[in-house]
Design a protein around this ligand. Structure first.
Ligand SMILES: *Cc1c(COP(=O)(O)O)cnc(C)c1O
Length: 273
């Protein structure tokens, strides 16, 4: 599977069929490094019919997409405080289906601190097994209230619009998306022109323009940049992002049509008002 492509549902079906003893299927709801959204609901249709647990890394999916774990049949959903939940790092969240709780009954993997059964028991008494990062939990209360005030549907819609705007802006500049077929709504990846060093571009935009992008990893290093749009992001962040890309590329000697990316963003984010 090439980076930038979603996992093929058929390949998962094939693997499950050929290996009936598979204990679990692990997948990212949104794969941040390759800016891909994986077909979680379709995969859950497969795992539902087997003994395998579907474990979803939802760190850039929870708070970005609706991902109703009970309705879809996701067995374990995991997220952290530091992405769409807009908090500093330090909290991890995990939710289990009945199928997953049942599996935990027979789990004999050595563990002490990371004991979900112990946590579950304590939850019933409104406490936790060990001292949690209490300040972050107080922060979490504020963040969740903010999200509920915006309305979860509006939170999802905002991410969808910002993501579509970022993609349209990139394409309006004639640049290629990293994940054109199944792009994530949390982050947009784009290939920089071959004549431009993506690493130097990201550094320049951060240091001289005050706009931060992420670069690529491993073999994509220097070749792509990633525009974040999850959590504390709004329309004008996308306007600024595309303006910075246009100005940065021009500085690096690549002739883009100035304003084309910004115009495409403006047209889409205007849906919000
Ligand atoms: C950020 C992230 C994580 C967690 O990585 P940290 O380095 O601990 O922040 C895990 N999975 C995905 C998909 C992520 O985006």
């Amino acid at each position: 599977m090439e980076w930038g492509q979603a996992v093929a549902v058929d390949a998962v079906a094939e693997a499950l069929k050929n290996n009936p003893d598979i204990a679990g299927v692990f997948v990212q709801g949104s794969e941040t490094s390759t800016t891909v959204a994986h077909p979680i609901q379709q995969i859950s249709e497969l795992t539902k019919k087997t003994d395998a647990l579907l474990v979803v890394d939802g760190i850039t999916a929870v708070g970005v997409y609706p991902m109703p774990m009970d309705d879809w049949g996701i067995d374990i959903m995991i997220t952290g405080s530091q992405k769409a939940l807009m908090l500093p790092p330090g909290l991890a969240f995990i939710a289990l289906s009945e199928k997953a709780w049942k599996r935990s009954e027979t789990n004999d993997i050595p563990h002490f601190y990371f004991d979900l059964k112990k946590e579950r028991k304590n939850l019933k008494d409104s406490t936790s097994a060990y001292t949690p990062a209490a300040s972050l939990i107080i922060g979490l209360r504020v963040v969740l209230k903010m999200m509920l005030e915006e309305g979860l549907d509006n939170v999802y819609k905002r991410h969808d619009i910002l993501a579509r705007a970022a993609r349209a802006g990139v394409q309006a500049l004639g640049l290629k998306l990293l994940a054109p077929d199944s792009p994530a709504n949390s982050v947009t990846g784009l290939f920089v022109p071959e004549s431009v060093d993506g690493g130097k571009l990201v550094k320049n935009l951060r240091e001289n323009y005050g706009v931060t992008f992420a670069g690529g990893q491993d073999h994509l290093k220097g070749k792509i940049i990633r525009i974040a749009h999850l959590g504390y992001f709004d329309s004008f962040d996308m306007v600024v992002a595309l303006a910075a890309i246009e100005m940065g590329l021009l500085k690096f000697g690549y002739d883009v049509q100035m304003g084309a990316g910004v115009a495409a963003v403006e047209k889409i984010v205007n849906e919000r008002y």
